[in-house]
Design a protein around this ligand. Structure first.
Ligand code: HEC
Length: 162
């Protein structure tokens, strides 16, 4: 009897919570341009891994030339922003979260450390290792056709050497 009561209560709670979840998903958030955007459609369009990776490629490139020009502050800024971008992907694409966190603690932190030490030789060595790890992850995840390759020219639209 007692067990039956517990299971009926549980079932009621489960169905109530799914009703509630459904309600939240369908909550309309009106904007200037649309009166029909739902919370779940907004959640669905948050940046995924591909978008974060475009930022990765860009900031990873800038980090290199900033460090080379000994603009250590810029290099530090770029690597921090890169790590922040990664956190977006950890949230929106949880299946990659553990791999991304491991990549951060093994490679990105080392790179950041060589920037903090303002040690170009160490930076270069860590940069090569990180590049290999970037490309290994692409391969592991069925994207061996995506290979990061450092552009030969430094970026033109930002001053590297101050
Ligand atoms: C945890 C695995 C992982 C790591 C680490 C990783 N990537 Fe990626 N990257 C991916 C995956 C998966 C894709 C394909 C994106 C998708 O499936 O939406 C990708 C795509 C890319 C793209 C193509 C983006 C586009 O849409 O044009 C670039 C550029 C890129 N990565 C650069 C990098 C760089 C640079 C690093 C290292 C600093 C890096 N990635 C580290 C998994 C990883």
């Amino acid at each position: 009897m007692k067990n039956r009561f517990i299971s009926v209560t549980l079932l009621t709670l489960i169905s109530l919570s799914s009703l509630y979840a459904n309600d939240i998903e369908n909550t309309i958030i009106p904007t200037k341009h649309s009166k029909t955007l739902t919370l779940s459609s907004i959640a669905e369009i948050q940046p995924g891994l591909g978008t974060v990776m475009m930022e990765f490629g860009h900031r990873f490139y800038l980090t290199y030339y900033a460090a080379k020009a000994e603009n250590w502050e810029l290099a530090e800024y770029e690597i921090e922003e890169l790590i922040e971008a990664q956190e977006i992907a950890e949230t929106t694409r949880p299946k990659y979260a553990l791999k991304l966190q491991a990549f951060e603690s093994i490679y990105l932190k080392k790179l950041q450390n060589s920037i903090r030490k303002q040690d170009w030789k160490l930076f270069e060595k860590n940069y090569t290792q990180t590049t290999n790890a970037c490309n290994a992850c692409h391969k592991e995840n069925g994207h061996s056709y995506i290979q990061y390759s450092l552009p030969k020219e430094s970026p033109k639209y930002l001053k590297m050497a101050l």
